[in-house]
Design a protein around this ligand. Structure first.
Ligand code: DMJ
Length: 456
């Protein structure tokens, strides 16, 4: 099918021009290393493994696996983002292991997991955002206020770390993430909301900025997915998710004059009427979590999920390329469009398609497949170049400039979600798998693995 061809094209070009680098630069036909992964290489290889596997691109999967076996070096020395290494590398390796049973993926995941542990050596156990994978030294991002750690970063470790404990028999990983939860349960939440910046030293909030988009996003996602991954036994996570969503709905969810529902950002009580592309994952999340005692509440959340997904679709539909901007606003007569030049770009992000997949699987309303197909056509028309796929700098012009970057999450997420949108529901069924925030599938614990680690 078409999407499989797109994946093969993305992979083949990466392999030809950038194998072993982190991403492909499709215009200049070379590789990009960047500074997010602390000297680790092959981000695209590890991110692509499970997508190649589920699409039955067998030869290509073998190429990727061989690179992991022969060339993936973990003895590196450099500053890595704990969050990025966890979601892309640990998540990618774990998913590849669970899908294939190949030991190499498991042993690399465990070895890498060990290297992340020193980041948790803080007075509260809340990890710092940056870690040197060689020395184990860790520190906070220079841009994060007053040495704080970021909610979406330390809140997006739970799923992978429970699996690391399960596979290694070493409880340390689970202990680390359960401690994070403990700190978050204890801290006072303004109006029930979770601000994005927390001090790893005092365990208090450093700033009152709340967002379901960047800096906050996957923390909420991992609460509901922790519950699902525990086969619905981790009721503590469900309760935290329900309470957080209730506060978000009360304080952040708004309707525009034109009738579009959106989730604003909150700065110490003042609303910023903006939604980031990243926040568009929330339609899918709210649908996935729409399970409650009563039918009425369930329907309420399914409606909210559908409305948010519709708004995100509008952000695509209102652009000339039919791809959505990095952020869109609802102010001064603007509805679901970027108002700032700096927010008009699209870097092959998955969140809108991700919500289409959940909405499709949970409602079977064909419009979600139609919307997904609009994305396929737009990607082909505006992002496909001679040697791969590239992001674009302005979604509001049909002669867009390319950013010369094929992000690894395009192979891990965007293409995987598009593929799943057009598959039968039993391909990576939502009953048996949860997707980490980089779309790497992790199995639901039907056999009750270490329930003691997830509910205490
Ligand atoms: C991915 O790495 C993950 O989806 C993460 O949660 C957010 N950013 C990118 C994709 O946009």
């Amino acid at each position: 099918m078409k999407i499989k061809e797109m994946m093969k094209f993305a992979w083949d070009n990466y392999k030809q021009y950038a194998l072993g680098k982190n991403e492909l630069r499709p215009l200049t036909k070379n590789g990009h290393i960047g500074n997010m992964f602390g000297g680790l290489r092959g981000a695209t290889v590890v991110d692509a493994l499970d997508t190649l596997y589920i699409m039955e691109l067998e030869e290509e999967f073998q190429e990727a696996k061989t690179w992991v076996e022969k060339s993936f070096d973990l003895n590196v020395n450099g500053e890595a983002s704990l969050f990025e290494v966890n979601i892309r590398y640990i998540g990618g390796l774990l998913a590849a292991y669970y899908l294939t049973g190949e030991e190499v993926f498991k042993s690399k995941a465990l070895e890498l997991g060990e290297k992340l542990l020193p980041a948790f050596n803080t007075p509260t156990g809340i990890p710092r955002g940056v870690i040197n994978l060689g020395s184990g030294m860790s520190w906070s991002w220079g841009w994060a206020s007053a040495g704080s750690s970021i909610l979406a970063e330390f809140g997006t470790l739970h799923l992978e770390f429970l699996h690391l404990s399960e596979l290694s028999g070493n409880p340390v990983f689970a202990e680390k993430v359960l401690n994070i939860r403990k700190v978050l349960k204890r801290v006072e939440k303004p109006q029930g909301l979770y601000p994005n910046f927390l001090s790893p030293v005092t365990g208090n909030w450093v700033q009152h900025h709340v967002s379901i988009g960047g800096l906050g996003d996957s923390f909420y996602e991992y609460l509901i997915k922790s519950w699902l991954m525990s086969d619905k036994k981790d009721s503590e996570a469900k309760k935290m998710y329900d309470d957080a969503l209730e506060a978000i709905e009360k304080h952040l969810v708004k309707k525009s004059a034109g009738g579009l529902t959106y989730i604003a950002e909150w700065r110490g009580g003042i609303l910023d009427h903006k939604m980031g592309h990243l926040a568009c994952f929330s339609g899918g999340m709210i649908a996935l979590g729409a399970e409650h005692g009563g039918e009425e509440r369930k329907q309420h959340y399914m409606d909210l999920a559908a409305e948010i997904t519709n708004t995100c679709h509008e952000s695509y539909a209102r652009s000339d390329t039919k791809l959505g901007p990095e952020a869109f606003r609802f102010d001064a007569g603007t509805e679901a469009m970027a108002t700032r030049l700096s927010e008009r770009y699209y870097i092959l992000r998955p969140e809108v398609v991700e919500s289409y997949v959940y909405m499709w699987r949970l409602t079977h309303d064909v419009k979600y497949r139609q919307w997904g197909w609009e994305v396929v056509k737009a990607l082909e028309k505006h992002c496909r170049v001679e040697a791969g796929f590239s992001g674009i700098r302005d979604v509001y012009t049909t002669v867009p400039t390319h950013d010369n970057m094929q992000q690894s999450f395009f192979l891990a997420e965007t293409l995987k979600y598009l593929y799943l949108l057009f598959c039968e529901d039993d391909v990576l069924s939502l009953d048996d798998w949860v997707f980490n925030t980089e779309a790497h599938p992790l199995p639901v614990n039907h056999s009750n693995f270490k329930a003691k680690a997830s509910v205490q």
